[in-house]
Design a protein around this ligand. Structure first.
Ligand SMILES: [Zn+2]
Length: 202
């Protein structure tokens, strides 16, 4: 709870570069900076990680005190937009790591916020994105609010539909944004020969 957050600074130490009244977003993954993962720059894999709203109380509170290295000025975005940076960043990072390229076909499994972020950033690279979810309401939200045309509802004929959308070749890149082990295992079956998959972790 309170895992995606923006805020207004009330008080900050002078070394932080922040002043009272600054609009900010807060990185909710409080990493230790010392462990084996942190030393390699993979702070999201920190072995001592404390996640706001998961391991400790999040932003469902009036005041929150966090180390200043996790607080960033929300410049050029509103506070509502800043609160969405966390899940959008996960999608952006995944698309960058997957090295999605021109002409590739992309499948996003799971049309929650992180799946939507992956769709947004994959389609910004001009890729053809298809998404798959169990919930028709989520799929229709994506088709009406994002510039993504092709949705497939999970069901007995979903694999046949995905095959027909790709000339029976399936996808160059598959993103799993469900966290569900069965969905992840199934996703491997939708990868074209020579393609790759990526499981997204919130
Ligand atoms: Zn660490």
């Amino acid at each position: 709870m309170g895992h995606e957050l923006s805020a207004v600074v009330l008080e900050a130490d002078s070394a932080s570069g922040l002043v009272a009244g600054d609009g900010v977003y807060v990185m909710p993954y409080l990493s230790c900076g010392k462990c084996v993962a942190c030393r390699q720059g993979k702070t999201n894999c920190c072995v001592n990680i404390k996640v706001l709203g998961v391991h400790q109380d999040g932003a469902m509170t009036k005041y929150l005190s966090v180390p200043s290295q996790f607080v960033h000025k929300a410049e050029g975005v509103t506070l509502d937009q800043a609160a969405m940076l966390e899940f959008l960043a996960i999608g952006a990072h995944a698309v960058r790591r997957a090295d999605v390229r021109q002409g590739q076909r992309v499948l996003v499994v799971g049309a929650g916020p992180i799946g939507m972020a992956a769709m947004i950033f994959a389609s910004l690279r001009g890729r053809r994105v298809v998404y798959l979810d169990t919930r028709a309401d989520r799929l229709s939200f994506c088709t009406s609010h994002l510039t993504i045309e092709t949705a497939v509802v999970v069901g007995p004929d979903d694999a046949a539909r995905l095959a027909s959308l790709t000339d029976n070749e399936f996808f160059d890149v598959v993103f799993d944004a469900t966290g569900n082990i069965d969905a992840m295992n199934r996703g491997f079956g939708f990868i074209a020969h020579g393609g790759k998959s990526s499981a997204l972790q919130n």
